[in-house]
Write a protein that binds this ligand. Sequence first.
Ligand SMILES: Cc1ncc(COP(=O)(O)O)c(C=O)c1O
Length: 378
Amino acid sequence: MHDDSPVKLVDDDSTFVAADLHLAWAAYADAHGMSANDRVCLVGELNAAIEAVDGATFVVTPFERSAVLSDALGMSAEGGVWVKDETGGVGGSQKARFLFSILLHLRAAERLGHLAKRPPLAIASCGNAALAAATLAKAAEWPIDVYVPTWMGDGFGDRLDALGARVHRSERRDDDPPGDPAMFRFRDAVAAGAVPFTVQGPENALCLDGGRTLGWEIGTQFPGEHIDRLFIQVGGGAFAAATSQGLDSVHGTVPLYGVQAVGCAPLERAWNRSTGADSVAKVWAEAMTVWERPSSLADGILDDETYDWVGVVEAMRRNGGVPVVASEADIEAAHRLAREAGYNVSPTGAAGLAGLLTVRGDIAPNENVVVVLSGVTR
Ligand SMILES: Cc1ncc(COP(=O)(O)O)c(C=O)c1O
């Protein structure tokens, strides 16, 4: 059943139904005898349970040319700034898409009798990913452990508590290597049998399966001939890698601009260090190293390592994109601008737009450029 031809979504408001033929979880379910109708029912059941918890559900999110942003950036009528608006998505950001494909895989495994009992889910995050994971876990009535840094605010902890997540503040231990202690405790939990319910491809590649829906939607919704550039804010990198891969597969190659803040730019550093290497993955240890003391107003993209950097660099090499490092001034300006344009977005969620501001001088007024605004401010 699995369809490797160029991706074409069927006409359905429910993204994961529209994309069924192209999703890995569905191919797995199909290979073990779960019918297309049963898969649609499974998506529908979970969507209803998620809506009851969150108020939102997995439907195709809005995509439009923003007149305010296009005018502010001096784009002409033939071109413009196109916004994929993820602020109304499940959990208020794009993150839940990545987790939903893992959850569907798990629920399919249960239905097929491949999973006798429910191991706990585990994630390391104190941002939109943790919220999305706790929301989905509550909807599915599946236990979840969330590993967070010691500095996480109490308000955020309260929201995770309200969703029934077990929250673990993760101290740095004397024998920890450089990197995020919450990530180390998460990996310990996975080694002990938890399911990596994560938005990082190297920890669970099934997250990239659902992430691609974002690129498929953008490519399908764009009404014009060709998108000239795609700007995506980069933290761990799964968002950029999956969206670019998805978009290219429905729309032809669109250069990806992976945007980081000047106070945390391990991707650009790895891009430079891996120049000329035939295989990016082979130079991982030298190229992708931990960024010391990350800092930015865009605090959701302060991952000290770009975990999915290989996917992001390979996408940019393939489609002619480059990394962009935005100044704090551009991050602040983009946030202001996005809010003036009517989007209730966080500085993190507007950081892709900051990258567009940074390289605005290289872009012709008649180009069509896409940003994803995500991460609602509550
Ligand atoms: C709104 C928003 N945009 C972008 C990102 C970065 O996504 P990724 O870690 O997949 O690069 C995050 C991460 O928390 C986010 O919350």
